[in-house]
Design a protein around this ligand. Structure first.
Ligand code: PMP
Length: 322
């Protein structure tokens, strides 16, 4: 779907997958006005297909657009575009279970020009790809690198938007994590370098027995849809749930005195993944016994069961596509 200043959204098209042809002076290539979303369509037990909370992705996409000085795509157009693609690609939605069809809606500036200003033309596109189960051989914990040198997002920055530049700025820390033998980066706040924000592409949860805490929306972390869904599910399951501030010291000390029983990360791609070990320039420790914990396992199953239709959907989160 195209957007032009003065004309708005127009020319919705469903076309076979093919390269986009861009002018070398396309503004996106230079000034990075790009935003995206990620959501999944799951096969339901009756053979129909449903996406999980796509309205939430549509709303976050609008928030990202506002932050990046891009036009907002109406929620119904976002949903119609995703539905049209899923319907077209129905045969690519895996037959059942955790495997899914992953949807990647995105928007780029499509105007040609070298001046630094919001563009007057944009292109909204959705592509899809089948995604297998994230842990085909069983859930295994990830190791994380606490990034103290680099920050992902600062107050007033673009951290709450799903903007391409956030990910570009993260790559160097991801490479550092890999050099340190870790799977993922954990980001800290930009000011004190003390408060836990989030993981590379996931939000974090800290489990203290029956009490579950996730870092509050600080203004520089991405408000994950999985994170929001788990706040509800954990409450439904009888846990005491809170959003709060957790420091690196809280993490280490809670681990030492045994009050912190599990840590997990959550996001559309992996749903939930346990965090098994932590490393920073100054310290390293194993999270509890380093194995997937009981609460992590229970929440993962509860959420996946709703997504795949294996359990009732009490909050009306599934969007039937047909
Ligand atoms: N944080 C970041 C930086 C992410 O890229 C993602 C993935 N969209 C998340 C958190 C998790 O968000 P969601 O649960 O909506 O996938």
């Amino acid at each position: 779907i195209k957007w032009t200043e003065g004309r708005g959204w127009h020319e919705a098209q469903l076309v076979p997958y093919a390269p986009l042809s861009l002018d070398p002076a396309n503004m996106t290539l230079h000034y990075a006005q790009t935003i995206f979303e990620g959501l999944k369509a799951y096969r339901q037990p009756d053979g129909t297909v449903a996406t999980f909370r796509p309205e939430q992705n549509a709303e976050r996409f609008q928030a990202s657009a506002r932050r990046m000085a891009m036009p907002e795509l109406p929620v119904d157009l976002f949903l119609a575009a995703c539905d049209a693609l899923v319907t077209q690609d129905r045969a690519w939605v895996p037959g059942s279970g955790e495997a899914s069809l992953y949807l990647r809606p995105f928007m780029i500036a499509s105007e040609v020009g070298l001046g630094v200003r919001p563009a007057n033309e944009y292109l909204f596109v959705v592509i899809a790809s089948p995604a297998g189960a994230y842990f085909p051989r069983g859930v295994h914990p990830v190791s994380v690198w606490l990034s103290e040198e680099y920050v992902r997002a600062a107050p007033g920055g673009t951290g709450t938007a799903k903007a391409g530049g956030n990910y570009a700025a993260s790559l160097v820390a991801q490479a550092q994590a890999a050099e340190q033998g870790c799977d993922q980066v954990v980001w800290l706040d930009a000011i004190e370098r003390r408060w836990i924000e989030e993981m590379g592409g996931m939000n974090l949860y800290f489990v203290y027995g029956n009490r579950i805490v996730t870092p509050e929306l600080s203004g520089s972390l991405l408000p994950g849809i999985t994170r929001a869904s788990l706040l509800r599910i954990a409450e439904d399951l009888g846990y005491e749930v809170a959003e709060g501030r957790i420091s690196v010291d809280d993490w280490r000390e809670g681990n030492e005195d045994g009050s912190l029983t599990e840590v997990f990360a959550c996001g559309t791609a992996a749903v939930i993944t346990p965090v098994g070990s932590v490393k920073s320039a100054r310290a390293s420790w194993t999270v509890a016994d380093g194995q997937p914990g009981e609460v992590t396992t229970k929440l993962r199953k509860a959420l996946l069961d709703i997504q795949t239709g294996a359990a009732p959907d009490p909050h009306g989160w599934l969007h039937r596509v047909g």
